[in-house]
Design a protein around this ligand. Sequence first.
Ligand code: PEP
Ligand code: MG
Length: 542
Amino acid sequence: MQKIEGKSLAQGAVIGKLRFYREAEYDIDEGDYDDSDTEIARFEQAMEAVKNHKFALAEAAEANSDNTGAMVFVSHVALLEDRGLIARVEGYIREMRKCAEFGVKVGFNDVADDIRNLPDPYIMRRSDDILELEREVLEELMGATQGISFGRDPYILAANDLTASDVARIDRKHVLAIVLKGGSINNHASILAKGLGIPCVIRAESLSYASDGKEVIVDGTNGIVVLEPDADTVRKYDEVMKENKAFTDSLMRLKGKMTVTRDGQEVRLYANISGPHDVSTVLENDASGIGLFRSDYLFLKDRDYPSEQEQYLSYRKVVEEMNPRSVIIRTVDIGSDKNVPYLHLDKEENPALGMRAIRISLTRHDFFKTQLRAMLRASAFGNLRIIFPMITSVSELRECRDVLNECEEELKREHVAVGSYKVGVMIETPASVLIADQLAEEADFLSVGTNDLTQFTLALDRQNPNLDRFFDPHHPAVIEAIRMTVEAGHRHGCLVAICGELAGDTSLTETFMRMGVDALSVNPQFVLPLRQRIRELDLRQS
Ligand code: PEP
Ligand code: MG
């Protein structure tokens, strides 16, 4: 038995088999293959499939006015058609009598090495493209899936680290818990992981790949992982798990009850979700609506832009299943730590301050319009609200509204039904707090994103794990910024919600209730504990 100390990310305990995820490493047969014709044909087919995929991506990028992206995909096709590269791979297959996978692995690497040694820095950079393409051709040949999955038996997912896109690709039906060697409390990967409602431990630094396949206990509440636990420890955790279950079951009595303090102050209790898969948990936990649907998930999970139809179906499903409860969908907030390769965003020195969120939407109108059209179409099926992230000026809000109106008019001309909807602004920068009065005059509601608001108020990178001890959402400046927003919103008849992680921090619930916050939006599994906390409060007592 070995006890590994990490940090708690999400509470709960579980026992299961650990599977250590590593970025695909291909086990390639190095033996001799006599049937070179078959191997060459397999190679050609895989190349064709990757090229077709690239053409489709180039078309999608062009349709989204992403000319840089389209050019990159076309240049990938040119690389795949390079006679020298093809000859190198075919040489390994025919002359050395190797399989197609071997030819691709070694041939692509040879060419990447040659290029890397050239004096021209522009051409040198193409060696990374060649390696990216090598991976895609191998995936095609070996049928690797894009998802992170270890089969159908439930397992505990371990990894060195996960990106937000990785979390979006987790096979959530079978994962019991997550353990990371690295990780940071406040980055988007962690926030998405918390939304899975399973125990999570990060910074379990002494975890290693050698633990793959072993039985482990993950104690998310205390940030501990126990490798190969002895019988006593298993018994102890069986008890803990029983107690946790009894606590969760006891909360069920609060379903259907009001979220109101003893002295009668009510607050709306909403849930945060990342996609339609979360709605059943939201309903099970009796949230009064969805306070933040992070639509980013739809953009992170695949290798390609989600189409208007795909987005519409997802939004409609959520809106329809929640009806008549309200659903706030946030327009895409990618960039920064949410990297979407097909968008071909430039590498930036300060990506959290860079081309992200609404700045991407306002720079690529077609991309933005695709999402807004999908949302407006979904509005006909329930109670929809649209919220814009990272707004820093009134003119940005106006521009968003203009594009929204343009989409609505287009849809009306096409005789497509659009329902009624409201428009809100995320308050997550000091700028938006300072102009909250003006924003509230033009918006229907405000919602405070405390994760980014903390980052930007304290000038502190939320992704940097070394700064975790300085990341203080309880800082008086953050609390004051929330108070200013609530007061400004109320001066203009605007509802003010909190949808960042702080909304679920029960040590601040009383403070928020005293401020008069209208809604708190938290992970679905926090809804009932928070309702319990609010029902215990009596604001008449000082
Ligand atoms: C926030 O910043 O608090 C927020 C809700 O948005 P995200 O965590 O997705 O950046
Ligand atoms: Mg944010």
